[in-house]
Design a protein around this ligand. Structure first.
Ligand SMILES: Cc1cc2nc3c(=O)[nH]c(=O)nc-3n(C[C@H](O)[C@H](O)[C@H](O)COP(=O)(O)OP(=O)(O)OC[C@H]3O[C@@H](n4cnc5c(N)ncnc54)[C@H](O)[C@@H]3O)c2cc1C
Length: 509
């Protein structure tokens, strides 16, 4: 057993700061005298993208008592209620991907995991997203808050997410954290003892830091988990066809901010648009097997009808490590794996990894040779990545064949797991029964996230939804609750502030 006295987080990007914040909170609240140091080199930039989150970020702020309006002010954040998917199923077709789940608050019926509100929509030939409060909010650019007695009051039972300026998140967490020492230096090498455990990290300035636990947040460089431990890489490139990104900014032209991520499919990939308070962070993620960066820029300028100024050129390999925890090193963030920007899975996985580690594995004293415990963590995280891969792969099940890219996607990229779900859900609608909870109840991809996507892509069967509704005798009950929820949500919309009103009230309070 080793007492954890010195923790060093290598890398001060979003992952590094989230890890530093959560770990230092753990040591502080357990009254442990552990030193937490974060290395952020002013000479090595962070990735500079990653501005869309999932609702786990909302939970993170609440769990760690971080004040939302302070967060909005400091990170120029806006609220996110889902994703609008444009031109994915076919050109000219848009579907909504709301991140709330009305079924969670609907009265239980038998069978318990049959999501009858959504089944009702499918059987009636309506988009399932229609019965989500978040879809209505996205369509109306509203947020579920009222302003009463000089107070912002939340009038929705659902969590939401944020879009933020990623360059501000690290400095925000830095300002709000306690007991974290910041070191500006460049890592050069490490020392290990006979069993491979890292004993110290060495830096360009000559500094050498003793470590009991290292958190590798060095981004795509994977300085410890990759360079020192040579951990195996599992590629997802066969199923996730994009591998290069061209980020750029767009002006916010409208008075009222949009409250969703726009994911707009293009000829050779897709474009994201993410609003913060001051601009829209945008980018074209594409496959460079088919077009060069110059051609990508040309394509996007044609679509937008004006010139853009690319901020950088990011090449990435989609995939994950085989192990995230080796000896006394834990890889968090881009150093552990990356799929692609769709559905904001990266910051989400980062939070899950570190929260899971802090709540279930981290102790005052640890045995870094306990292979069973370490494998248990690694298997859960590996599975999380694989499940997200299948979810993202599903987005590419498209009718589009208007370029070599879409032809290639259709012919070669759709995985067996994706095909299995499609075939299963032709007979039986998506249900929680089709997913295991192996993350101790932490939010994960399950039927809630799949429903709007597979429905939006036209992959569900109206006939089989009708059969299931009759089999369970739920038609009239579902109709009643569908209409009740629709009325209730419309009332919320009427009372809600616009997104701009909310931001102004929050940041000026
Ligand atoms: C195109 C693109 C779009 C994305 N969009 C989203 C999105 O919308 N939502 C989402 O959830 N995620 C998104 N991501 C992922 C997201 O950007 C990352 O999860 C997030 O920014 C965390 O990155 P990181 O901290 O792991 O790495 P980085 O930001 O790369 O940080 C690495 C850190 O390591 C330090 N470092 C490196 N080498 C050394 C050294 N030798 N010595 C000392 N320090 C060193 C650097 O200074 C830096 O501080 C996107 C990624 C890409 C590529």
């Amino acid at each position: 057993m080793k007492e954890i006295k010195n923790v060093v987080i290598l890398g001060g990007g979003t992952a590094g700061w989230l890890a530093a914040y959560i770990l230092s909170d753990f040591f502080y609240s357990n009254k442990l005298n552990t030193n937490v140091k974060i290395i952020e080199s002013s000479k090595i930039p962070t990735i500079g993208v990653g501005e869309g989150t999932t609702s786990i970020f909302y939970e993170f702020l609440k769990k760690y008592n971080l004040d939302e309006s302070d967060f909005l002010k400091e990170t120029k954040a806006t609220l996110k209620f889902g994703i609008v998917h444009k031109d994915w199923k076919e050109l000219g077709y848009t579907y909504y991907g709301p991140i709330d789940d009305p079924q969670l608050i609907a009265p239980k019926n038998k069978p318990e995991n049959f999501e009858y509100l959504k089944a009702y929509a499918v059987a009636a030939g309506r988009p399932v997203s229609e019965i989500h409060l978040h879809t209505m909010l996205m369509q109306n650019k509203k947020v579920p808050y009222t302003f009463k007695n000089n107070n912002l009051e939340l009038i929705s039972p659902f969590y939401y997410a944020y879009h933020f300026d990623n360059s501000q998140v690290a400095s925000y967490l830095n300002k709000r954290s306690k007991n974290i020492e910041i070191i500006d230096d460049i890592y050069t090498s490490s020392t290990q003892n006979a069993d491979g455990t890292i004993t110290s990290l060495c830096f360009e300035s000559g500094l050498e830091l003793d470590v009991d636990l290292v958190i590798d947040c060095s981004g795509f460089k994977k300085l410890i988990i990759g360079d020192v431990f040579k951990t195996k890489w599992i590629s997802y490139q066969d199923n996730l066809p994009v591998n290069r990104a061209m980020p750029f900014f767009l002006d916010i032209k409208e008075e009222n901010y949009i409250n969703y991520t726009l994911a707009w499919a293009q000829k050779y990939g897709w474009m994201w648009q993410i609003p913060t308070q001051e601009r829209i962070g945008a980018g074209y993620v594409y496959c460079d097997q088919f077009i060069s960066p110059d051609q990508a820029q040309e394509e996007i300028e044609k679509v937008l009808g004006h010139k853009i100024e690319p901020r950088r050129d990011i090449k990435f390999n989609s995939g994950r490590l085989e192990k995230y925890w080796v000896k006394n090193c834990l890889a968090i963030g881009l150093s552990s794996g990356f799929l692609e920007p769709l559905e904001a899975t990266s910051i989400h996985s980062t939070l899950i990894q570190i929260i899971l580690f802090a709540t279930e594995y981290l102790k005052k004293e640890m045995d870094f040779n306990n292979e069973e415990l370490i494998s248990n963590f690694n298997n859960r995280i590996g599975r999380q990545f694989d499940d997200f891969k299948t979810f993202l792969n599903m987005h590419y099940v498209s009718k589009r064949r208007d370029s070599k890219f879409w032809q290639y996607v259709a012919d070669e990229c759709i995985s067996e797991e994706t095909k299995k779900f499609i075939s299963l859900w032709q007979d039986e609608l998506p249900s929680l029964d089709h997913f295991d909870d192996y993350l101790s109840g932490l939010p994960h991809v399950q039927s809630q996230l799949y429903y709007p996507v597979v429905d939006g892509l036209g992959l569900l069967s109206k006939e089989s939804a009708r059969e299931q509704m009759s089999k369970y005798d739920l038609r009239s009950t579902s109709r009643k609750y569908y209409n009740d929820f629709s009325d209730k949500f419309n009332e919320i919309i009427k009372d809600s502030l616009t997104h701009s009103q909310f931001i102004n009230l929050s940041v000026n309070s």
